[in-house]
Design a protein around this ligand. Structure first.
Ligand code: ZN
Length: 152
């Protein structure tokens, strides 16, 4: 049996997802040289280049160039909106929680704003990586920024 990869966006608050897809927040033209991380989701063809700054222990200046399906781009947009300005520890916790929600290990905090629109993706195992790719990218970018700070 071939797994069905198409998603009925009606199940997924399609308006919110499509709004972020069409108008991704914090999106930028980034070259691979400017990006801290380059993450891919080969099963779907999604890709994200991402960078950020750490200022006074907070995540700032999140910028990314995302290409791929609506879920991957919308998730990057929602993630950047949610995590910008957050203290590093809180950002890490939110990423961990979001990944746990997608794995079905946790319920999503309804206070998280537009991110709740993505919760239904967990019903489509093949698309979970579309939703989590940008969150992993941010985590890896944080680690790289921190490593740079240590070397200074
Ligand atoms: Zn995708």
């Amino acid at each position: 049996m071939t797994p069905n990869t198409s998603i009925d966006l009606d199940d997924l608050y399609q308006d919110i997802i499509l709004d972020h897809y069409k108008h991704p927040r914090h999106a930028a033209k980034l070259t691979p040289e400017e990006a801290l991380v380059d993450e891919e989701n080969p099963t779907c063809g999604d890709q994200i280049l991402l960078t950020l700054d750490l200022e006074d222990g907070c995540v700032t200046n999140v910028r990314y160039a995302a290409h791929g399906c609506a879920i991957s781009v919308a998730s990057a947009s929602m993630m950047s909106e949610l995590l910008t300005g957050k203290p590093e520890a809180e950002a890490r916790q939110l990423i961990q929680d979001f990944v746990a929600v997608m794995k079905g290990e946790k319920d999503l905090d309804p206070e998280l704003g537009d991110v709740v629109a993505l919760e239904g993706v967990k019903k489509f195992p093949l698309r979970i990586k579309c939703a989590t790719m940008s969150w992993h990218a941010l985590l890896h970018a944080l680690e790289k920024r921190k490593a740079e700070g240590v070397m200074e």
